[in-house]
Design a protein around this ligand. Structure first.
Ligand code: SF4
Length: 334
């Protein structure tokens, strides 16, 4: 059995709503999240705007301290706001965000950029130029890439340079916070293939956070869906692709254009400063019943490796009306 590289335990992150332009109040962006990532594993965390993905990514990458709970990366434990533990964790994890392209600069060649990072990291794996060649090769770049400047490279090649620089630090974990979000569908597919190739060529564990469920299903070994700071479903991609049980996951299938997906959420997202009683999705959920307004659902294992936080997993909007929430309008996807 492979070892655990990342352990996230009861992690919570709160921030002032005024920072998000919402006036007084507190937003609980991450709310009691726990999971593990093993050596060689890629775990996706998928959710829409306001799901808490970026806050989670920043806590894991030690860019921001968690409010409570803890993160352990390859034996390094990040506790609260301790700057020493945050610094120690930053050496073990590399974060790739949607701003990855802006970090390259126009003047230096791809090889020089990677070699610079190798030198800064104090790599003992040989001269920086040789190591830069190795790293570019490792991420699937053609040898000619080394002597080209970013403007002379395709999106995929520039993304490879960014990944080679991340690997130059020798991380134990790569965290990708929706790096493909701003791209069109064809560029996204191309760069997703770069990440898949990285997975084939290295054993580096990855946490991949994204809005795009279909890409996550293609790339990762396990996929979790996240709503209002909580993991609401987690399973292997083959299970989620055809047998998602949580209404939020099923709605993400619809948002991604999956054919025949059975659910859409209804209404406008509620104020993120107000934590509703019961299930946090109940105001939008087309299969909500009275119990959903009262009892918070725990993440429970319904089949081996498939955990769901829902009182009525897999329920249909047309199912028996055993106390459906008054005022919730039933709506169905195509
Ligand atoms: S617990 Fe109820 S409101 Fe929440 S997702 Fe399940 S059915 Fe919907």
């Amino acid at each position: 059995m492979t070892g655990v590289v990342l352990r996230v335990s009861a992690l919570a992150k709160e921030y002032a709503a005024s920072g998000a332009g919402l006036g007084p109040g507190v937003i609980r962006a991450v709310d009691g999240v726990s999971f593990e990532v093993r050596d060689r594993e890629a775990l996706a965390v998928v959710g829409g705007a306001g799901s808490g993905k970026t806050a989670l990514a920043r806590c894991i990458a030690a860019v921001r301290p968690a409010t409570s709970g803890h993160v352990e990366i390859a034996g390094t434990v990040v506790v609260g706001r301790s700057s020493r533990s945050l610094r120690a964790a930053r050496r073990r994890v590399q974060l790739v965000t949607e701003e990855w392209g802006s970090s390259l600069g126009p003047r230096r060649t791809a090889g020089a950029l990677v070699a610079e990072t190798v030198r800064a990291a104090g790599s003992r794996a040989g001269p920086s130029r040789d190591r830069a060649h190795e790293l570019l090769d490792l991420v699937g770049a053609e040898p000619a890439t080394y002597d080209r400047r970013p403007a002379e490279l395709s999106d995929a090649e520039r993304f490879m340079v960014c990944l080679a620089r991340a690997l130059a630090v020798g991380p134990a974990l790569l965290v990708c916070d929706d790096p493909l979000r701003r791209l069109d569908a064809s560029a996204r597919a191309e760069l997703l293939e770069v990440l898949s190739e990285l997975r084939r060529r290295t054993s580096l564990p990855i946490v991949y956070l994204a809005r795009d469920l279909s890409g996550a299903l293609r790339l990762c070994d396990r996929v979790a869906t996240m709503h209002r700071g909580e993991i609401v479903e987690i399973a292997e991609p083959g299970v989620l692709a055809t047998g998602a049980l949580h209404p939020y996951t099923r709605a993400l299938h619809v948002a991604g254009g999956a054919a025949g997906a059975p659910l859409v959420l209804v209404g406008d997202p509620p104020d993120p400063r107000v934590r509703p009683d019961g299930c946090t999705l109940h105001a939008l959920c087309p299969v909500a019943r009275f119990r959903c307004t009262r009892d918070h659902p725990a993440l429970a294992e319904l089949a081996r490796g498939h955990r769901v936080a829902c009182h009525f997993p897999g329920a249909s909007p047309d199912g028996p009306d055993d106390g459906r929430t008054p005022g919730v309008t039933v709506s169905r996807g195509a």
